[in-house]
Design a protein. Structure first.
Length: 256
């Protein structure tokens, strides 16, 4: 395995065929996958006994599902050299994904583990996935979903430092564009939303998005607030062939 790999676990919410879904995965595998020596996908689908109306697990059942996950991981990671890629929760099912070398004994091992949870129905599959399509095309977040993950990380970082997230303060947003006319059209719309243009730059070394702007506005930084206003800017940037690259702000604590 390449030395630059570092586990990087996170989660996001999405929709699958119209149903809410929760994805929890190791984002760090993106830097090393696909692995030729772990080109088989082990999929275990556990049917919940008492799912909530939204298809997610209850607090009580989630503890049992975590226990199943731990037992399966213990049985396949070290003995078979498997990598845990992530899990999915949707429509009353908890699905685990592992990548490993081709060895059909791994299915037998999972079935042995599940004997300890005989009140659960399950399915287990082990099939070739040379390009890690299930990881990249199903588990891995889209650009927008990654945007929501990064938003949450920034907010949690502020919270951990004692930030009073509900207090409005200057929030800077960074957006990049390919063409001047698209940038100008975007700025005209952003100004209607009461954003101030506090910087405009050209970087000729950036071949794809050489034009950048910084927008500033007084805003709170709770996660829901951030998700609301960054989603608007994200969509607006895409409308004008731009790339919303994120936001930053100063720390506001009770001592400030």
């Amino acid at each position: 395995m390449k030395t630059e790999y570092k586990p990087n676990w996170d989660f996001y919410f999405t929709e699958l065929d119209g149903s809410p879904a929760s994805m929890y995965l190791d984002l760090g595998l993106n830097k090393i996958a696909p692995l030729s020596d772990k080109n088989y996908l082990l999929t275990i689908i556990i049917t919940m006994n008492d799912p909530q109306d939204n298809g997610f697990s209850s607090k009580e059942e989630s503890e049992i599902l975590f226990g199943i996950e731990d037992k399966i991981a213990e049985a396949v990671i070290k003995p078979f050299g498997a990598l845990f890629a992530g899990r999915e929760t949707c429509d009353g099912a908890r699905i685990f994904y592992f990548y490993a070398a081709n060895n059909n004994e791994i299915k037998k091992t999972v079935k042995e583990v599940m004997k300890g949870f005989s009140d659960y129905e399950y399915e287990v599959y082990f099939e070739a996935d040379n390009k890690w399509d299930q990881y990249f095309k199903h588990l891995y977040p889209t650009k927008y979903e990654m945007h929501t993950i990064m938003n949450r990380r920034v907010v949690e970082n502020l919270r951990s430092k004692g930030d009073v997230l509900t207090v409005p303060r200057e929030v800077d947003h960074y957006i990049y564009f390919k063409k001047e006319e698209m940038k100008n059209s975007f700025l005209a719309e952003a100004k209607k939303l009461d954003y101030k243009v506090t910087s405009e730059r050209i970087d000729e070394n950036q071949k794809v998005y050489p034009l950048s702007v910084r927008l500033t506005k007084n805003l709170p930084v709770t996660y829901n607030d951030v998700l609301d206003y960054t989603s608007v800017l994200y969509d607006l940037a895409e409308q004008y062939d731009g790339n919303y690259d994120g936001w930053e702000t100063k720390l506001i604590t009770n001592g400030n």
